[in-house]
Ligand binder design. Sequence first.
Ligand code: CA
Length: 470
Amino acid sequence: MRKDIAFLAIGMAISFLRAPTHGQSATPPTQAGAKRPNVIVIVADDMGYADLGCQGAKDVRTPHIDSLAANGVRFTDGYVSCPVCSPTRAGLITGRYQQRFGHELNPPPPGQASTEGLPLTEKTMADYFKQAGYVTGAVGKWHLGYQPAMRPTRRGFDEFFGFPGGSHSYVDARADANNPILRGTEPVNEKEYLTDAFSREAVAFVNRHADKPFFLYLAYNAIHGPMQSPESYKEPYAAIADPKRQTMAGMLAAMDTGVGQLLDALRQRNIEDNTLIFFISDNGGPTAVNASRNHPFSGFKGQVLEGGIRVPFIVQFKGRIPGGKVYRQPVIALDILPTALAAAGISVPADRPLDGVNLLPYLTGEKNTAPHETLYWRFGPQAAIRRGNYKWVRRDGEEKLFDLAVDPAEQHDLSADKPQLVKELRAAWQEWSAGLAEPLWQGRRARRAPGEPRPAVPNRPAGQRRGQRT
Ligand code: CA
């Protein structure tokens, strides 16, 4: 046998031995001796599409989050699978449309008897990473179940610092006995401004585990209400006339500072290039509540219009993905899990199909097609589907069709001009919807945290009923 053929045969045999098998962690596709990549998923809360410098904001400054885009890829058409907090997180952390397992609506606020949460039959991103030998940590807002069995340390995370509910005071750790700040499973009386505390804990996690592969889920509750910012963060924004926007700018500055501290920690440990970092908001801005902005879209948090579901979405992976790129094909938060698992060489059991797609080959240029032919939304009575640039929306029993390429603000209904397309898209949505579970609970508007103003909906589109938001 020729020497080169012999080497080829040996190489193939090794590849075969290393091939991922169902239900087992696979040897990562990295060079021998190379360390498996770290993964960090940063989730912002209620941040609008236009609230970052790299997304066009002029009155606020977000240099550290912007640097992720400069050194990575910014998605123009990045979506979440729901326009409110908890269902989006359920989709993100499982890689599956959350309606498949009934997590369609926000759960009621935490109470002594709350049983709602991510079904225990679902496998989380942390479960996959933990099984593959990663150290796993969650910092920040959980909102995927309140009972001990549903909290992060029982859902694949080795470590947790944060709160189980959907919102929290930034200045009073004991504001809600049903929603304490926890370290692991123990309540703590955190004294620092909460966003700073979450950044501190994220940096500490990296410093503790820099020598082994880790997965960190950093879910800030900024810039969700209550609107609370230290003067030190607000002061640079004295020129912003709207006091709510000024407070929001301060809350955002705290988060951006924290992202900068996290990046510094990675650099000091010389692991930034080998760390895959996602940044995303969990839904569009509730503009009247937190003075966020969804420009150029119409719609808000709670709606399947673009303003509720298209969000800031960035990935940085210096060692693998060229920086400074803008990616324009539609992607969705469900893609984060399969992308991260692929980067780490972790396989997914075939009996648990994911709806997300591994984006790496699209971002490196190996693949030039669209990652998704179709994206779907179902949120109570609201429905939407996007195929190519066309988007069909049903709200209040009224169907509309938009061409997002020329009408991103969804102002010009084309349904009368293109009835055949409406029929096709409606049928495709119905087929998808028919395969989903019924909602496990009925949504209710989350209880306001102390000091959080009653949300106004002055911009509610004509025809939308009060109480549709959850
Ligand atoms: Ca949210």
